[in-house]
Design a protein around this ligand. Structure first.
Ligand SMILES: [Zn+2]
Length: 69
């Protein structure tokens, strides 16, 4: 009995994947393991850094000055 075609696209059970984007370890430079069993790839790490650093810059600049009269 042939397997359904969809089964061919499913990663092997022991293949590690990024918990954010779903890419497996063959398609990323690295996967960081998290304490809860999830993993984060290099691309998602950079994306997260941009978000965090962007928020830090906003925090450092303080509230936007409005020109009220
Ligand atoms: Zn990712």
């Amino acid at each position: 009995m042939a397997l359904p075609a969809l089964a061919l696209d499913v990663a092997a059970p022991n293949t590690l994947c990024c918990s954010m984007c779903g890419k497996d370890s063959e398609h990323v430079r690295y996967l960081m393991a998290g304490a809860a069993g999830g993993h984060l790839c290099d691309a998602c790490t950079v994306a997260a850094m941009k978000i965090v650093l962007g928020q830090r810059v906003k925090d450092l600049l303080g509230p936007t000055v409005t020109a009220s009269r």
